[in-house]
Design a protein around this ligand. Structure first.
Ligand SMILES: [Zn+2]
Length: 90
């Protein structure tokens, strides 16, 4: 399925120009137990609705950015550089 991903640098481009980098996860605090760390690494929420994800524009500016994508419709609601929103959005 093809849809547009709005690269913050290049603008909307076909999804095939990008590499999907997986769901964004906040780093855990430094005092987590081994089990909590394992949960962080392997647990994946299965979001039905807006999900914040990493995308890499491999056929464009070759930069990683974050996008909020509605997983039901593939509509990308927002895209931004990670340094612009250090706490994350959504
Ligand atoms: Zn780009």
């Amino acid at each position: 399925m093809s849809f547009l991903v709005p690269c913050p640098h290049c603008g909307p481009r076909d999804v095939y120009e990008f590499r999907y980098g997986g769901e964004f996860q906040r780093r855990p605090p430094p005092t987590v137990s081994d089990q909590e760390w394992a949960d962080y690494l392997y647990a994946r929420r299965n979001v039905a609705g807006p999900a914040k994800e990493w995308w890499y524009h491999r056929q464009g500016c070759r930069r990683w950015f974050l996008a909020v994508r509605d997983t039901r419709t593939n509509a990308v609601l927002e895209a931004f550089w990670p340094e612009d929103k250090p706490e994350g959005a959504g």
